[in-house]
Design a protein around this ligand. Structure first.
Ligand SMILES: NC(=O)c1ccc[n+]([C@@H]2O[C@H](COP(=O)([O-])OP(=O)(O)OC[C@H]3O[C@@H](n4cnc5c(N)ncnc54)[C@H](OP(=O)(O)O)[C@@H]3O)[C@@H](O)[C@H]2O)c1
Length: 339
């Protein structure tokens, strides 16, 4: 790839931030200088990358001088506050937060689907919601087989989707449960060990929570299908890492055959079909964890509707749902536009 770049990670100490470092190494991302940025709480701490020790800096507007690529992964408020400074410094900004996703002038990108939404030389790209990315990785290949009209989705979302604090809560509350100790929830509202609950985002006036609204709106934007019917129920489950989703796809006419769907999914980059009926082996979060591909299986006709096809998927939302998707965007733009 290109010559070494000055790369910043805002939110470098977080669940997603940590994944960037592993990906830079495994994908040989052209890191020359590295700026690891987080809150004042972490400033001064050390982190190592490929044998070199770095000091975490506080993410402030003046931290972006000379930065070529800035990955933001520290929440929407920090992105709103700091992205303008990174852009003013000339950086390519790839933002994992929801801050800019629905702005008309900001491309919302899954590289396998709509990299061309980024104009040549575009400097700000938003990474979609993790559940939306995983869902659309399974939907896009099926679009070659018919007109998709409606999606009915239920998610089974892991603790890591809520960040490092929610992962810790799952570990701690499980330990307490098994030892018979009381545990007062801190990072989420409800008991997490051996339980599940509706996604821990605010429920709006029409009954959809923020996560569900993001999946609906972002899916329409990424696919360029503003009329797409989408019904989503998002649930947090006691899984440490990797989200799963049960999906029914309704087509304008008769659904494609299972064989055609399996073949289209298997041919799509970033998807692995796991669909062994004899062994009752289908996508599982434990198997999806740590890998970039979205696992798709349980591919079957919707017995209640000749136009329907059902499937189940599992994907590592810290990777394809966040850090990997962001790194892929940067790699593709470095290749396409140069920096
Ligand atoms: N987790 C996922 O699966 C996922 C998927 C897609 C998108 N995202 C998005 O990615 C972002 C980070 O998520 P995460 O799961 O990695 O969360 P996390 O584990 O809670 O990490 C949050 C990061 O933000 C930093 N931060 C917090 N307040 C800050 C401030 N005032 N200034 C600078 N940095 C600050 C934290 O630094 P300190 O350690 O110093 O507090 C930490 O590095 C969020 O926008 C989230 O919506 C997450």
């Amino acid at each position: 790839m290109n010559s070494p770049l000055t790369v910043a990670i805002v939110g470098a100490t977080g669940a997603v931030g940590q994944e960037f470092l592993s990906l830079f190494e495994s994908r040989r991302f052209p890191v020359g200088d590295l700026r690891l940025l987080a809150s004042a709480r972490s400033a001064g701490r050390k982190a190592s990358f490929m044998g070199t020790e770095y000091t975490i800096g506080e993410a402030t507007p003046d931290a972006f001088e000379g930065v070529d690529v800035a990955f933001f992964s520290a929440g929407a408020t920090r992105s709103r506050d700091l992205v303008p400074a990174a852009l003013a410094a000339g950086a390519l900004v790839v933002d994992n937060s929801s801050a800019f996703r629905m702005r008309d002038d900001v491309p919302l990108v899954v590289p396998e689907i709509n990299l061309d939404a980024v104009p040549k030389g575009g400097k700000l790209v938003a990474v979609p919601n993790c559940s939306a990315i995983l869902l659309l990785m399974a939907i896009q290949p099926l679009r070659s087989l018919g007109t998709v009209e409606r999606l009915i989705v239920s998610t089974y979302q892991s603790a890591s989707g809520g960040g490092a604090a929610v992962m810790e809560e799952l570990r701690e509350s499980t330990r307490a449960f098994l030892e018979g100790r009381e545990y007062a929830p801190k990072a989420v509202q409800h008991p997490y060990a051996f339980n599940l609950f509706s996604h821990n985002t605010t429920v709006g006036p029409h009954g959809a929570n923020e996560e569900e609204t993001k999946v609906v709106e972002e899916s329409r934007k990424i696919l360029g299908m503003p009329e797409l019917k989408v019904n989503v129920t998002c649930v947090r489950v006691p899984v440490l890492r990797a989200h799963s989703e049960s999906v029914t796809v309704e087509f304008a006419g008769p659904a494609p055959s299972e064989e055609a769907a399996r073949a289209a999914l298997a041919a799509f980059p970033g998807v692995t079909v796991v669909d062994d009926r004899d062994a009752n082996r289908f996508p599982m979060p434990a198997e999806a964890s740590g890998q970039g591909d979205v696992l798709v299986g349980r591919i079957r006709q919707d017995a209640s509707n000749p136009n329907g096809l059902s499937l189940f998927l599992a994907g590592d939302q810290l990777l394809k749902g966040a850090a990997l998707n962001a790194v892929q965007i940067a790699e593709a733009l470095i290749e396409r536009d140069g920096i």
